[in-house]
Design a protein around this ligand. Structure first.
Ligand SMILES: Cc1cc2nc3c(=O)[nH]c(=O)nc-3n(C[C@H](O)[C@H](O)[C@H](O)COP(=O)(O)OP(=O)(O)OC[C@H]3O[C@@H](n4cnc5c(N)ncnc54)[C@H](O)[C@@H]3O)c2cc1C
Length: 451
């Protein structure tokens, strides 16, 4: 029966149809990380156009097989992998920048490609760090990045989107047309309302940016955390610094503060204040300002190391007490660790928090920082560390860092916006065609294929 549908699909489909016997199937089915890597879709549909996406959604609907949508394939929970129909939009690769600074981006575009195209015209976007991360996945879950404290989330720049819905209809939405759907696309998390085929975003003039670093090899890491927690989330918007604590087997825990500044002089002053507090040989580095895209290239992608490891995270509305920080660091550097471990504190505040929680689907507008726990997938430290910090967290989780182990995922991802999001889901995808564990309304409607 599926073959008959496949024959019909091919008549309306210009992209690639990769079944399990196809030479390119194995590389096409694999996501970037370990999550979902063992999934073997019945078919991978590599779309090249909106028409292809309509045909692909129709194929999944007609066969009754579960589907998953994939852009850049980076989902930490494997939500862009399936044993059913994999709708891959990576072929939708257009980037069209108009003179008014608005850019229309195909859903298959990766951040590196987008930054490059915008940089050539003196523009950019406040977006994430990973060059291969998909713009659609990033926007649909929020979009945190080095310019965020000044310019907000990537989804805050969204002006319009084109979406293929479960019934095959194509909707152009913005604040006037299908406004509830448009609202929901601002950071609720991808793959839940339809397949987004393109996004229209308001770019910003590319700022000159200085890379900034504070190293403190001899300092007590707990002291660095205390100082960073007290100052980085309230720093001027022009300063964005993450704090990374790493432990390598057999070595002491290392703390490093790094990021970018739009005003090098203010950053120099701010970093020297921090360095005085840290004492113990702290060193400040402020690079000469260069265009943002160039400064970014010199910074390592902090999440590249997740690879086949695991990332768990939460938001914090308040600073963590000193005894909890000490316990966290003791655990991080614990004896017997066989793999690298990382804790990263990312500052919120600034423009992120100047948007009301209900103004967009992204509810997390009162948080001070995000804390990531990253380790090897066999390392139980990730869970122990997360549990320790959880007692002091706001119990809220960034939708783009999904965590399959959450007890109350709807509260964690959507908080007070959950009821409105559930209503949008009911009206745009009543049959739960776009579904996965933890999706809006998951389990209310039987679906085939995915667990
Ligand atoms: C190396 C790395 C670096 C990262 N850096 C950052 C960062 O700096 N800032 C930040 O905020 N996040 C960052 N992230 C997290 C990233 O934002 C999410 O993983 C994001 O969802 C990835 O999108 P994707 O298209 O690459 O992944 P996918 O796995 O393809 O998609 C992610 C989710 O979105 C859905 N989706 C994708 N495309 C569409 C579409 N066209 N229509 C509907 N649904 C769609 C998928 O079904 C899935 O549920 C990083 C992740 C990694 C692995």
């Amino acid at each position: 029966m599926i073959d008959r549908h496949l024959l019909r699909l091919r008549r309306n489909f210009d992209g690639e149809v990769l079944t399990r016997d196809h030479a390119g199937y194995d590389s096409a089915r694999r996501p970037v990380g370990a999550a979902g890597a063992t999934r073997r879709p019945l078919v991978v549909l590599r779309c090249r156009s909106v028409r292809d996406v309509v045909a692909a959604v129709g194929y999944a609907r007609d066969t009754g097989v579960a589907l998953a949508v994939r852009g850049g394939g980076h989902c930490f929970a494997g939500r862009s992998s399936t044993d059913g129909v994999l709708i891959d939009v990576s072929g939708l690769g257009n980037v069209d920048l108009s003179d008014d600074g608005r850019v229309t981006v195909g859903a298959g575009v990766r951040l590196g490609q987008l930054y490059g195209a915008l940089h050539a015209r003196g523009q950019t976007l406040p977006a994430g760090c990973g060059a291969t991360v998909g713009i659609a996945g990033l926007v649909l879950g929020g979009g945190i990045g080095l310019l965020g404290r000044r310019h907000g989330l990537t989804c805050d720049r969204l002006i319009a989107a084109t979406v293929v819905l479960a019934d095959g209809s194509v909707v152009d939405c913005d604040e006037h047309r299908d406004p509830d759907l448009f609202w929901a696309l601002h950071g609720a998390g991808g793959g839940q309302f339809g397949v987004v085929t393109s996004l229209r975003l308001a770019t910003i003039t590319e700022p000159m940016t200085a890379r900034i670093v504070l190293t403190c090899p001899e300092a007590d890491p707990a002291r660095v955390v205390a100082l960073w927690q007290a100052s980085a989330p309230d720093a001027p918007d022009c300063i964005s610094t993450s704090l990374e604590l790493t432990s390598e087997p057999g070595r002491p825990v290392r703390a490093i503060v790094s990021g970018v500044a739009l005003d090098a002089d203010r950053a120099d002053e701010w970093l020297h204040d921090l360095a005085r507090g840290v004492a113990a040989g702290a060193r400040v580095f402020v690079a000469d300002p260069v265009p943002f895209t160039v400064a970014k290239q010199a910074l390592a992608d902090p999440r590249q190391d997740v690879g086949d490891g695991r990332l768990r995270s939460e938001y914090f509305t308040r600073a963590m007490p000193a005894d909890a920080v000490t316990a966290l660091i003791t655990l991080l550097g614990g004896r017997g660790a066989r793999h690298r471990r990382r804790l990263t504190f990312t500052p919120m505040g600034g423009a992120y928090n100047r948007v009301a929680p209900a103004a967009t689907a992204f509810v997390h507008r009162r948080e001070r920082y995000l804390l990531e726990h990253v380790g090897h997938r066999s390392d139980s430290w990730v869970d122990a560390s997360w549990t320790l910090a959880h007692r002091h967290s706001s119990h809220r989780v960034y939708p783009n860092f999904p965590d399959p182990l959450l007890d109350r995922p709807a509260d964690a991802y959507w908080g007070a916006n959950h009821a409105r999001l559930a209503a949008v889901k009911r009206s745009y995808d009543p049959q739960h065609v776009f579904d996965f564990p933890q999706a809006l309304g998951h389990g209310r409607q039987p679906t085939k294929g995915n667990p």
